[in-house]
Write a protein that binds this ligand. Structure first.
Ligand code: 3HC
Ligand code: NAI
Length: 701
């Protein structure tokens, strides 16, 4: 086994290199090795200063998340015990930071007396994204060092900051431009400290200063409004308030108690599930590191509408040139103008500079001529959602594109195999289902067709990373993972309004469990006409059940297309969403026509019917092999449909509720709802099997 620490002396300096690949997670073995190395250095009279660094690795990504939930987290030396000991060493300790210093990694840097960082390094306390709080001193030391406001921002947002910003905030003492010069610069810095006889310890035991008397009250109000029900952000706020009231050792003890509580919470379990699901999602049977990648340097997008424009922006943002093809000069101009407008708004918000705006626009080339797509390595089609239209585009692409080019479709529901079948190269065809707005949403469903080649899939997963997307692989079926699950979930929501609920009641129950938006607000935003068009391809469902999405269809025929027409399931005054009694009247009329008895609907019934059917469909997708893992299903819903990550995703939520409770709920409504129940509320065989075998986890299948 390779040693986890590289220790050597360079005259009066001890150099301690952390060598726990790939990210220097501070697992038990590394903590032990670090404690020993620091103790050696502290006790060696020849050592006058210590430099900590990552040995050809990032400085540290923090506590080892895979130890969370196991006794190893607390096994001596635990991180919260080790770091205060390092803080007591009576010699200057310099953290030399390359790559990342995150979570416990930044907390390690914080107990050092000084910090030197490469300009490209990123620093952060992302613990809230894991449902915990910084638990090794971060909540107490960071506010004391950089001020309460900046520290709270870092902890509540969870997003890392640049080393440059860290320098401005006083977190970093010295910046180094070149990575290869880091260690040498850090050693030089340490020697200078010795020459200057700088104090070895720079710790601040006194409480931090709150920015104003009502600061925490205002923060609390914001938190309650923006993150209701979330445990970790609340604990961060409590811990930082404690940093302003208690001395350091009391504050550390307070933080420790909160951290332990957070770590055991269902929310932390859910967010850990999300963390590991993201890494798992990239592990695809038949694909590994040896799978060759096709070079992608030139990209083309067919269709410069809502999606095509956003898709093009992703590549341009990553410095990859894009040719954008349209049907007419007007459509092309409109598409390019929209992209410019989007960048303009980013520039106004200070996200990009004028020069960056122009650089990005310069990477875009509009065309009306398919011949200009001949040298593209990847072509993404984003034309109207119509099979014949898409097939025609793919026939043409097959004619003009060079051999080996990857031909992708952004279809949201259509059969990728039927699209591939019109080409002579189905192995090069894949689905790349972006979500709207495509330049913002991170989720990318990668649809593996029956013939899609392994290197095509591997290349698309790789390119997803280059454009900062989160790829989840799906098999071919109507709607893939996300939209297929949306159907039964939204179907129940629509039917519940016919039975007596209101759109606001349904949406309230869904946002009440943490969804970013209820079904009806979402339909209004996406456009009720869009869903209507998609359903036209599924007329068999309407024949099967005349109440199927009947309310949405009626609103569509009345021209109530949602936000864009000012009326849909709700009424809009500007951006304000208001209940509309007319929708209730329409629902009453339709219910009478369909012979549906209206009644008072409980919130519990809304929860159970919408969410259990969502879960049920997710399980069915697993059983059919469309989704590879329950984590994949969960990622799609947390990243594409606003399902709260702190509930882990629909399938993790099912485990939390109890699979038997979900099955019992479906069976209950199947009986209670008579013919409608028999028609739609059929439990997935996988759910039945899991419950029959008394499995509580879906992975046990
Ligand atoms: N613990 C355990 N494993 C970790 C880890 C961690 N903190 N951070 C990353 N890993 C693992 C990943 O799971 C992955 O494993 P795999 O190869 O087996 O799938 C491997 O390291 C490489 O990670 P990525 O594929 O994510 O590599 P990237 O280069 O894309 O990203 C990263 C690197 C930015 C460090 C990213 O992994 C990351 O953000 N990690 C999480 C950092 C974090 O949240 N730290 C806080 C931990 S909680 C804490 O410190 C509590 C403390 O306050 C007490
Ligand atoms: P859109 O109507 O905004 O844009 C389509 C564009 O394609 C139009 O500008 C049109 O001129 C152009 N076009 C049509 N036929 C063409 C052809 N033969 N050659 C070149 N250009 C052609 O549509 P939108 O919303 O961008 O959707 C495009 C695709 O993306 C559809 O398949 C849709 O299902 C899918 N999608 C849409 C999402 C959304 O929220 N709008 C989300 C995810 C996928």
């Amino acid at each position: 086994m390779t040693p986890l620490i590289d220790y050597h002396r360079d005259q009066e300096l001890a150099l301690i290199g952390l060598a726990n690949a790939p990210v220097n997670a501070l697992g038990h073995a590394l903590r032990q090795a670090l404690a020993e190395a620091c103790s050696t250095a502290a006790n060696d009279p020849h050592v006058r200063a210590i430099v900590l660094y990552g040995l050809d690795l990032p400085f540290s990504a923090g506590a080892d998340i895979s130890e969370f939930g196991s006794p190893l987290t607390w096994q001596t030396p635990s991180l919260p015990d080790l770091l205060p000991e390092l803080a007591q060493i009576d010699k200057p300790l310099v953290a030399a930071i390359d790559g990342v210093a995150l979570g416990g990694g930044l907390e390690l840097a914080l107990v050092c007396s000084h910090r030197v960082a490469v300009t490209s390094a990123r620093l952060g306390l992302p613990e809230v994204t894991l449902g915990v709080i910084p638990g090794a001193g971060g909540t107490q030391r960071l506010p004391r060092l950089i001020g309460v406001e900046a520290a709270l921002d870092m902890m509540l947002g969870g997003q890392p900051i640049s080393a440059q910003r860290g320098h401005e905030l006083g977190l970093i003492d010295c910046l180094v431009e070149q990575r290869h010069a880091l260690l040498e610069s850090a050693c030089g810095f340490a020697r200078q400290l010795l020459a200057d006889q700088s104090p070895a310890r720079r710790h601040r035991p006194a409480p931090a200063q709150a920015p104003s008397a009502d600061f925490f009250q205002a923060q609390q109000a914001q938190l309650t409004a923006r993150k209701p029900g979330q445990l970790a952000p609340q604990m961060v706020l409590d811990a930082v308030r404690a940093a302003c009231e208690l001395n350091l050792s009391e504050g550390l003890a307070y933080e420790q108690a909160l951290f332990r509580k957070a770590l055991q919470s269902p929310q932390a379990l859910a967010l850990r599930h999300q963390f590991f699901a993201k890494n798992e999602a990239l592990k695809i049977p038949g694909i590994d590191r040896s799978t060759p990648l096709r070079p992608i340097n030139r990209v083309a997008v067919v269709g410069a509408g809502t999606m095509g424009g956003g898709i093009a922006m992703n590549f341009v943002n990553a410095g990859i040139a894009v040719t954008l093809l349209e049907l007419s000069p007007q459509a092309l101009d409109r598409g390019l103008a929209q992209i410019r407008k989007n960048y303009e708004s980013s520039r106004q918000r200070g996200k990009i500079t004028e020069a960056q705006l122009e650089q990005r626009m310069a990477l875009l080339h509009g065309t009306l001529d398919y011949a200009d797509l001949a040298d593209a390595d990847l072509v993404i089609e984003a034309v109207f959602e119509n099979l014949e239209v898409k097939q025609q585009v793919f026939r043409t692409l097959d004619e003009v594109c060079k051999p080996g080019a990857i031909l992708a479709s952004n279809t949201s529901t259509l059969d990728v195999d039927q699209i591939a079948a019109v080409t002579r190269r189905p192995q090069d065809v894949v689905g790349l289902h972006f979500f709207s707005p495509a330049n913002v949403m991170r989720l990318l469903e990668v649809v593996r067709g029956a013939a899609t080649a392994a290197d095509v899939l591997a290349t698309t997963l790789n390119i997803a990373k280059r454009i900062d997307k989160l790829p989840v692989v799906s098999g071919v079926c109507f709607g893939f993972i996300g939209n297929r699950m949306l159907e039964p979930y939204a179907r129940e929501a629509h039917r519940l309004v016919l039975e007596g609920a209101t759109p606001a009641q349904v949406d309230g129950v869904l946002t009440g469990i943490g969804l970013a938006m209820g079904v009806f607000a979402m339909y209004d935003l996406a456009g009720i006409d869009i869903g209507y068009q998609v359903r036209q391809a599924r007329s068999e469902y309407i024949a099967h059940d005349p109440s199927y999405f009947r309310l949405a269809d009626e609103l569509c025929s009345l021209g109530r297309h949602g936000q864009k027409s000012g009326r849909g399931f709700y009424r809009y005054e500007g951006r304000e969403r208001l209940d509309d009694p007319e929708v209730v009247e329409i629902a009453e009329r339709l219910a009478a026509e369909l012979g549906i008895e209206r009644r008072s609907i409980s919130d519990q019934e809304i929860h159970d019917r919408c969410l259990f059917m969502l879960i049920n469909e997710g399980l069915q997708l697993l059983d059919e092999g469309i989704a590879l893992r329950s984590g994949d299903v969960d990622l799609v819903w947390t990243n594409g449909y606003g399902f709260p990550a702190w509930r882990g995703g629909p399938l993790h939520y099912a485990e939390h509720l109890g699979l038997n409770a979900v099955l019992a709920g479906i069976e209950h409504y199947r009986e209670a709802l008579g013919a409608y129940g028999q028609m739609w509320l059929q439990s997935a065989p996988l759910l039945e099997r899991l419950v029959a075998r008394q499995h509580t986890l879906i992975a046990q299948r």
